[in-house]
Write a protein that binds this ligand. Structure first.
Ligand SMILES: Cc1cc2nc3c(=O)[nH]c(=O)nc-3n(C[C@H](O)[C@H](O)[C@H](O)COP(=O)(O)OP(=O)(O)OC[C@H]3O[C@@H](n4cnc5c(N)ncnc54)[C@H](O)[C@@H]3O)c2cc1C
Length: 412
């Protein structure tokens, strides 16, 4: 029996596994001939893009609900090493370390928040990088009313004003308001959210028209911004800036950017500035045999000039094509190239709404409630796998095609 081994159960990994199972089913190849197995450190497919939200109860899907009905084996273990020469992967499961053989590998372990060696960052700061991190932040905010009154109690400092930092800050504003209201404190307490960045502008790489909309939203929500500042240390009282200034804040959220999974270092290839592995149009790791990569660990050219972005938007189609092509490569069938000719950004702006941009220059197409409707559709429906446990529906969802862009709604 041959094995296609998928590492990671996020957007890229889950869809690689389902894509491989779909192609095998189409070819009439049973699990007695080719097994598809997926390794993930826990039992969940995390809808990671939702980790900044206030209610995370529905932001994880049991992997077994998707993989079980289509006969993909799930292995719950931590991937610890790769041996390309012997086509083996080292894993640590609850019981013991072991190695898994593969005939084709799909590497999709995603990315991680960059955490520099700042005093207090690891011990005190919050993040929205993982489901557990987002949940910890929400529990902390809900418990703030039980703290003694102080300027810091309802102050949140969000560090990093990329997409994640902006979504975290605007949603924290709403979370703090909810905590204050639940405590019956609305008459005497107000939330204070500060969004800080070492760059000169908030969201500086997001395009001028989007930045203007974001500025309007932050202004209306009363979120303060601090630009050109670096954080030197974080403690239970707040943060100290490199200028020596102290910002009292009971909540400091670190949103300092993402880097590809550290195991990408085991691929003997030239990595890009995010630590990603170069893959060709078939999602095959350039210069290597038997290995595919998808999602945040991989950089693929999607059209004549644009590389994939670390995003769910690209991770899902990269996964579908990687799984499909791993089967084709193994069984001598023609592979399919991935080309994507559109790019959108739909950024949540909390109670203000959202902003929907189109194109690589990110020109604004809708804002406010209309864009929020698109964002909700994406976060709550579009990016979810079928949860029906219906094998045919699950397999069909992994067809190697590129979806149309998310819908735009008219402003009411
Ligand atoms: C708050 C937030 C908001 C975002 N908003 C958007 C957005 O609006 N639009 C968008 O397109 N993208 C957004 N992103 C980015 C998006 O979430 C990622 O690009 C996407 O999750 C990448 O998918 P992936 O499958 O490559 O990796 P991941 O989703 O990170 O999945 C990796 C999987 O591998 C598992 N894993 C990791 N290491 C190991 C190991 N050693 N052993 C076993 N298992 C392991 C993890 O548990 C996880 O299941 C957002 C990200 C965050 C944090």
């Amino acid at each position: 029996m041959k094995r296609i081994l998928v590492l990671g159960g996020g957007f890229a990994g889950l869809w690689s596994a389902v894509g491989a199972a779909r192609k095998l089913d189409e070819l009439g190849v049973g699990p007695d001939e080719v097994e598809v197995a997926l390794v993930n450190r826990d039992a969940w497919h995390c809808i990671r893009v939702r980790n900044y939200e206030a209610d995370l109860r529905d932001a994880r899907v049991p992997l077994d609900d998707v993989l079980g009905p289509i006969g993909v084996a799930r292995i719950e273990a931590e991937v610890t090493g790769l041996d390309f020469a012997h086509r083996q992967v080292a894993v640590q499961s609850a019981s013991a370390p072991r190695t898994l053989d593969y005939d084709r590998l799909v590497f999709a372990l995603g990315s991680r928040l960059v955490r520099p060696a700042l005093p207090g960052l690891a011990e005190v700061a919050f993040d929205v990088d993982t489901w557990a991190g987002g949940q910890r932040l929400n529990d902390h905010i809900a418990a703030l009313p039980s703290r003694p009154r102080s300027a810091a109690r309802y102050t949140a400092l969000v560090v990093g004003s990329g997409l994640t930092g902006i979504e975290a800050a605007t949603e924290i504003d709403a979370k703090l308001r909810a905590a204050i209201a639940a405590a019956g404190d609305a008459a005497s307490a107000r939330p204070c959210v500060i969004l800080a960045d070492h760059g000169e502008h908030i969201g500086s790489n997001l395009g001028a028209s989007a930045v203007a909309v974001i500025g309007e939203a932050l202004n209306e929500l009363g979120i303060q911004t601090r630009t050109g500042v670096a954080v030197a240390a974080i403690d239970a009282e707040g943060a100290t800036l490199s200028t020596g200034e102290k910002i009292p804040a009971a909540t400091v959220v670190w949103c300092g950017g993402m880097r590809a999974h550290p195991l990408t270092a085991q691929f003997a290839v030239a990595h890009d500035r995010f630590g990603r592995i170069p893959v060709d149009e078939y999602l095959k790791v350039k210069g290597m045999e038997g290995a595919f990569a998808a999602g945040d660990v991989a950089a693929a050219l999607l059209d004549d000039s644009h590389a994939s972005v670390m995003s769910c938007q690209h991770g899902r189609p990269m996964g579908r094509f990687a799984g499909h092509n791993a089967v084709c490569d193994l069984l001598g069938e023609p592979m399919l190239p991935l080309r994507i000719d559109w790019y959108t950004t739909i950024l949540d702006l909390g109670a203000w709404g959202a902003v929907y941009t189109e194109g690589w220059d990110r020109h604004v197409v809708t804002t406010g409630a209309a864009a929020k409707k698109t964002k909700r559709l994406i976060n709550r429906e579009r990016i979810y796998p079928p949860r029906s446990r219906d094998a045919r529906e699950i397999l069909a969802a992994a067809a190697p095609i590129v979806q149309a862009p998310p819908p735009r709604f008219a402003t009411a």
